[in-house]
Design a protein around this ligand. Structure first.
Ligand code: SF4
Ligand code: F3S
Length: 107
């Protein structure tokens, strides 16, 4: 089992999640973070930390966001590790809650 970052992280990237992860399994792209499914120990600490409520347990990922399960696995393999919190993206507040941001995902 793993936790999964989903749509609402895109263009927000608050990074509160990385601060609490005991195994440092977050990976950073330009406007999204991904969790490495083979490294996540399923501790659930990150889920309540995300101000955008973008993190779900794999078995609780909403129906319309199932593609994020494979996307996290794919991107965590190619992006660099992130272990420290940094400022959110400049337009995080305006983009928090906007639906369907996957079209804006930058690789
Ligand atoms: Fe890290 Fe735990 Fe979140 Fe997995 S569930 S990404 S181990 S904080
Ligand atoms: Fe993204 Fe939430 Fe972490 S917005 S960077 S999953 S705190």
């Amino acid at each position: 089992m793993t936790f999964v970052v989903t749509d609402n992280c895109i263009k927000c990237k608050y990074t509160d999640c990385v601060e609490v992860c005991p195994v440092d399994c977050f990976y950073e792209g330009p406007n999204f973070l991904a969790i490495h499914p083979d490294e996540c120990i399923d501790c659930a600490l990150c889920e309540p930390e995300c101000p955008a409520q973008a993190i779900f347990s794999e078995d609780e990922v909403p129906e319309d966001m199932q593609e994020f399960i494979a996307l996290n696995a794919e991107l965590a393999e190619i992006w660099p590790n992130i272990t420290e919190r940094k400022p959110p993206l400049p337009d995080a507040e305006e983009n928090d809650g906007v639906k369907g941001k996957i079209k804006d995902l930058e690789r």
